[in-house]
Design a binder for this molecule. Structure first.
Ligand SMILES: [Zn+2]
Length: 226
């Protein structure tokens, strides 16, 4: 960027990162689309800065759900904790169906339902696939698996095939949560919690709806009973 270009600030790599994040965050425009268009125009996107924006957003979402848990009046309700735990199982089932390039793009635990955003085209989720996902998640819940917590280093956690969050940076110590039955691992993920102790505390899992929130970006609303 040249200093005498009046548009220089607008074409700044960080400005483009902010714009990319804002388009994703407010309008559901997938990050890959903005990246593609920026590259096509011969411009440069500050990828590290974009990652920081995503990361701080995730921290914010996490602290807001933590605040939700602590704010009383059903906020630390077993239902909210059960729904959060179910996101781990759902994540793993989706990856087993669509491949490990699928990952969580966002998640929110609301009063009466949970949201789970993934990098997948909505059209890939046929009614049959959704039924299949529900059945697989339910089958794991019904195994009555104990949730175990391990504190370790990020390298060891990655060696254990724990699923991390896209764009997340980890400190020296991380916590991973595992649902396993003997040698069979049903879910292993980097997470701060809280979680239920055993999946027998979760009743029926149901996907309420899918919604396309952009190209290769789908939001699933789901609920669990206790
Ligand atoms: Zn978790």
């Amino acid at each position: 960027m040249t200093a005498n270009n009046p548009k220089a600030t607008k074409l700044d790599p960080q400005w483009l990162a902010n714009k990319t994040f804002d388009l994703y965050q407010s309008h559901g425009v997938p990050i890959e689309i903005s990246e593609y268009l920026i590259e096509k125009e011969g411009l440069i996107l500050d990828v590290d800065y974009l990652q920081k924006l995503i990361e701080s957003h995730q921290t914010l979402s996490q602290s807001s759900s933590t605040a939700q848990f602590k704010s009383g009046l059903g906020s630390n309700s077993p239902k909210a904790i059960a729904m959060h735990t179910a996101t781990h199982i759902l994540h793993q089932v989706l990856r087993s169906i669509f491949g490990t390039q699928l990952h969580q793009m966002g998640s929110a635990i609301l009063e009466d339902k949970a949201r789970f955003d993934i990098n997948l085209n909505s059209s890939d989720l046929t009614p049959e696939t959704i039924t299949n996902i529900e059945m697989q998640v339910q089958a794991i819940i019904d195994k009555h698996l104990t949730m175990t917590k391990i504190e370790t280093t990020p390298d060891i956690a990655k060696g254990l095939d724990a699923i991390g969050l896209f764009g997340e940076k980890y400190g020296d110590k991380v916590t991973i949560y595992t649902l396993a039955d003997g040698q069979t691992i049903y879910s292993r993920e980097f997470c701060g919690g809280p979680h239920i102790e055993n999946t027998n505390q979760i009743g029926k899992f149901q996907i309420l709806k899918k919604k396309s929130i952009g190209n290769n970006l789908t939001r699933l609303d789901f609920v669990v009973s206790l």
